[in-house]
Design a protein around this ligand. Structure first.
Ligand SMILES: *[C@@H]1O[C@H](CO)[C@@H](O)[C@H](O)[C@H]1NC(C)=O
Ligand SMILES: *[C@@H]1O[C@H](CO)[C@@H](O)[C@H](O)[C@H]1NC(C)=O
Ligand SMILES: *[C@@H]1O[C@H](CO)[C@@H](O)[C@H](O)[C@H]1NC(C)=O
Ligand SMILES: *[C@@H]1O[C@H](CO)[C@@H](O)[C@H](O)[C@H]1NC(C)=O
Ligand SMILES: *[C@@H]1O[C@H](CO)[C@@H](O)[C@H](O)[C@H]1NC(C)=O
Ligand SMILES: *[C@@H]1O[C@H](CO)[C@@H](O)[C@H](O)[C@H]1NC(C)=O
Ligand SMILES: *[C@@H]1O[C@H](CO)[C@@H](O)[C@H](O)[C@H]1NC(C)=O
Ligand SMILES: *[C@@H]1O[C@H](CO)[C@@H](O)[C@H](O)[C@H]1NC(C)=O
Ligand SMILES: *[C@@H]1O[C@H](CO)[C@@H](O)[C@H](O)[C@H]1NC(C)=O
Ligand SMILES: *[C@@H]1O[C@H](CO)[C@@H](O)[C@H](O)[C@H]1NC(C)=O
Ligand SMILES: *[C@@H]1O[C@H](CO)[C@@H](O)[C@H](O)[C@H]1NC(C)=O
Ligand SMILES: *[C@@H]1O[C@H](CO)[C@@H](O)[C@H](O)[C@H]1NC(C)=O
Length: 338
């Protein structure tokens, strides 16, 4: 087919796709209620700019934690408020993630906002996306991105509701659940949509990943993981590479760290040489892969935890959230993993 014909066919498809997104999804509209009264739903503002400036439910808030943001031209985004938390140049640590969470939580409680966009530097996207997916139990929109110009159009599209926190890749426009955002170094993720210029094409109905859906252990047994004012906001959970550490070092560290993530190469199997484990400390084996990693329970030493499809960084964030909420026994932490 000639390229011009391909382009014409694609243009025709995008016309079909441009009907309001809530008419296509089986899911009902997001109803935000305060004291039992519906304050807004999708019927009276089909997109975020649909209401009068300042009207209830029409605003977005963008939090800046890093990245290079042309703050000089924010005026091109109406009904968007901006708040700079800090300007980190390297990956955010767990203390900083919790600082972000307190501010974001306050905004999510405020019904004048339909959602938030969190802008972070590139090395923080995976951790912040996963952290946001676990900590923010909301049907409102939460978008994590390097670039506000990618995050805002996704957040303004009400198809971003009911999905938990999302990340948007600046370069490809691919939109991922925070649970399945690509691990570092160009690894694969599980996309749910694609941003093309300012138009969002959703690939599937809004839904939550099973890891954080309403029946998951994280939401049922450990519902306190949504706490942003945690008892210890600086847990220590190092990531080490398989083979670099001996069991005696792990035993000696047990009193001073809250958990350990052992990064193992792709296609780990019983033949893995590592035998690190602990009965006192969660020791999680997580795969490093350019695809989607997978480490199964029978691939790891007894007393150790298999991360399933979670990468080392996501495992580190999950063990840190658990530790921050005083959940530290290996058996409890094991329940959190897929
Ligand atoms: C929102 O409220 C409408 C009308 O009461 C209802 O039909 C719809 O199912 C509700 N949506 C959700 C997601 O609960
Ligand atoms: C909701 O109810 C509480 C307690 O009755 C009251 O203080 C608060 O102002 C109400 N909020 C709204 C938005 O009406
Ligand atoms: C949407 O409708 C509700 C209920 O009728 C109303 O209270 C609210 O102000 C409306 N929101 C906008 C943005 O018009
Ligand atoms: C939106 O809320 C209003 C006020 O409660 C309600 O009358 C209307 O049916 C709702 N629309 C939808 C689509 O649920
Ligand atoms: C958003 O809604 C307003 C009012 O309903 C409408 O004028 C505008 O074209 C809509 N914008 C988009 C991008 O759909
Ligand atoms: C953060 O700092 C970098 C380097 O100093 C700068 O280029 C960038 O514009 C800053 N970002 C914000 C949001 O202030
Ligand atoms: C906003 O800033 C970006 C980057 O500096 C620039 O490319 C763009 O043209 C600016 N847009 C407006 C409307 O000034
Ligand atoms: C999200 O919406 C669903 C209905 O679709 C509801 O059952 C659930 O409680 C809501 N979650 C939150 C955190 O409000
Ligand atoms: C979120 O903020 C609200 C209002 O500031 C507060 O009442 C609530 O406890 C906070 N929730 C969490 C989970 O920290
Ligand atoms: C955080 O939680 C602790 C214990 O539950 C409480 O004493 C403290 O006042 C809370 N801090 C804030 C800022 O809410
Ligand atoms: C997190 O980073 C901040 C800013 O760089 C630093 O002050 C703090 O000590 C770090 N916290 C931990 C637990 O590493
Ligand atoms: C959070 O909930 C878990 C499970 O119920 C519990 O073991 C833990 O102590 C709680 N954390 C805090 C800080 O209360």
């Amino acid at each position: 087919m000639k390229l011009s014909i391909v382009a014409a066919v694609m243009a025709a498809c995008s016309t079909v796709l441009s009907s309001p997104v809530y008419e296509k999804f089986r899911h009902g509209p997001l109803n935000v209620t305060t004291n039992g009264t519906t304050v807004w739903n999708r019927s009276n503002h089909s997109n975020v700019s649909g209401g009068a400036a300042g009207a209830i439910g029409t605003k977005l808030k963008v939090f800046i934690t890093g990245g290079s943001v042309p703050l000089s031209n924010t005026s091109q985004f109406p009904n968007v408020e901006w708040q700079t938390l800090f300007n980190a140049s390297s990956a955010l640590n767990i203390t900083q993630l919790y600082n972000v969470a307190s501010s974001v939580n306050q905004t999510l409680q405020d019904d004048t906002f339909s959602g938030v966009v969190i802008v972070a530097n590139k090395p923080s996207i995976e951790a912040l996306g996963f952290f946001s997916a676990v900590v923010f139990d909301t049907n409102k929109t939460v978008v994590v991105t390097e670039d506000p110009a990618s995050g805002i159009p996704v957040a303004k599209d009400f198809g971003s509701q009911f999905r938990g926190a999302l990340t948007v890749d600046k370069k490809s426009g691919l939109i991922y659940s925070g649970v399945f955002a690509p691990a570092e170094r160009g690894a694969a993720g599980v996309p749910v949509g694609l941003l093309h210029e300012t138009q969002v094409n959703w690939f599937m109905e809004p839904s939550l990943p099973l890891l954080i859906d309403t029946t998951s252990p994280i939401r049922v047994t450990y519902s306190n993981f949504t706490t942003t004012n945690v008892s210890n906001n600086s847990p220590v959970v190092p990531i080490i590479f398989d083979g670099n550490f001996s069991q005696s070092i792990v035993n000696r560290l047990a009193g001073s760290i809250n958990g350990l993530v052992v990064a193992v190469p792709d296609f780990v199997s019983n033949s893995s040489t590592s035998t690190l484990s602990s009965t006192q400390l969660p020791v999680v084996f997580a795969g490093v892969s350019s695809g989607i990693p997978f480490v199964a329970g029978d691939d790891v030493p007894s007393d150790a935890i298999a991360a399933g499809y979670l990468s080392p960084i996501k495992s580190q964030v999950l063990v840190s959230i658990a530790a921050a909420n005083n959940v530290s026994s290996p058996a409890s932490v094991d329940q959190l993993f897929p």
